[in-house]
Ligand binder design. Structure first.
Ligand SMILES: Nc1ncnc2c1ncn2[C@@H]1O[C@H](COP(=O)(O)OP(=O)(O)O)[C@@H](O)[C@H]1O
Ligand SMILES: N[C@@H](CCOP(=O)(O)O)C(=O)O
Length: 322
């Protein structure tokens, strides 16, 4: 479910009067997604996505997200491009919510990740990091290492004490070893580049990336941390074993655009533990705080406990594909 705010035909008609997109041809709510309300929109000018930003997105940060997407799209990255209205403004209001229209991207996200998806994914991530280079404004990572301790405390009252003890130990080890400020390259990262945020056109044996979406966790942080997020999200099998072939393909693709430094490569097992901790904690928080009966599918935190343990025990960067 991801239509939290309904839009009436009349409200949409009035909203579209501000744009030069021609008459409306079709309009439907999109069931996928969890954060915002998304609608597919077709006008004489083509296909678009209308997003109404819901409570978890800070309206003050929307200009940064939309600005980054505009910057990346202008540099050829296949990401949604905010569409300005006649007055030049893309960020507007509809049904009492901040709202924007973005370009529609073709393709589908892979329900089952194959090794052949991982190299093009890595290339697209490397391209994103390079293209982000010229975007001057920065955004702090609100779900970075300095937020994990607070998140852990917020989970503690409702979580299993043995799990909390394990996470206390793991978090202390991760934070104690985390790369010092300035020691690894930084830039704009996606920070949530999971399979459901990457569209492919499945052209035979070599799928091609046709879209990168959902930039609403994007921020300015260690570039290699984004690689670590992808190693977590793309390189484990259903039965939870790590697939080093997928990891090597991902890194090969990434390095074809942006080679990792020796220090970045050496830091990968630690960054992967950090990324596993981040998704474990947000999932755990949502797990204990989602009211019974809410129309949202909760994601399994324990999947990330398993990944955290795997990366903690990895003997070297080579063991995880680096
Ligand atoms: N630019 C786009 N082009 C095509 N489809 C899109 C686009 N943006 C979003 N979608 C569709 O909307 C769904 C939810 O989008 P997403 O950004 O993941 O939502 P949320 O932020 O609520 O999790 C996607 O799975 C996709 O089907
Ligand atoms: N990728 C995160 C959850 C964020 O969901 P999204 O629909 O906004 O990508 C996770 O798997 O925990």
């Amino acid at each position: 479910m991801a239509v939290y705010t309904e839009v009436s035909d009349e409200a949409l008609r009035l909203f579209l009067e501000d744009y030069a997109l021609g008459p409306l041809l079709a309009f439907r709510g999109i069931a996928e997604g969890v954060e915002n309300s998304n609608y597919a929109l077709k006008t004489e000018a083509g296909d678009f996505i209308l997003t109404l930003y819901e409570k978890r997105v800070d309206p003050g940060e929307l200009p940064w997200f939309l600005g980054l997407m505009r910057h990346l799209a202008a540099r050829g990255l296949p990401c949604p491009e905010p569409v300005p209205a006649r007055d030049g403004e893309a960020l507007r209001e509809l049904a009492g919510r901040p709202a924007a229209i973005c370009t529609f991207l073709p393709g589908v996200w892979p329900r089952r990740v194959r090794p052949s998806h991982c190299e093009p994914l890595g290339e697209a991530l490397g391209a994103l990091h390079l293209a982000g280079g010229g975007f001057a404004a920065t955004r702090r990572n609100g779900l970075g290492p300095d937020a994990w301790g607070t998140l852990l405390e917020r989970c503690r009252p409702d979580a299993d004490p043995a799990l909390m003890r394990e996470l206390d130990g793991a978090l202390a080890a991760i934070l104690g070893a985390w790369p010092a400020e300035g020691s690894l390259p930084r830039g704009h990262i996606h920070a949530d580049l999971f399979p459901d945020n990457v569209f492919f056109l499945d052209a035979g044996r070599r799928p091609t990336v046709s879209g990168l979406i959902d930039f609403y966790f994007a921020c300015t942080d260690l570039l290699a941390y984004d690689v670590a997020v992808c190693l977590n999200a793309w390189c484990f099998e259903e039965a939870r074993e790590f697939n080093v072939t997928k990891a090597r393909s991902l890194l090969r693709g990434y390095e074809s655009r942006r080679p990792l430094s020796r220090d970045e490569r050496a830091a990968l097992p630690l960054l992967c533990q950090g990324a596993a901790m981040r998704f474990l904690l947000t999932r755990l928080f949502d797990w204990v705080n989602t009211p019974a009966g809410a129309m949202v599918t909760r994601k399994d935190p324990m999947e990330y406990l398993h990944k955290l343990r795997f990366f903690r025990d990895a003997p070297s960067a080579e063991a995880i594909g680096g």
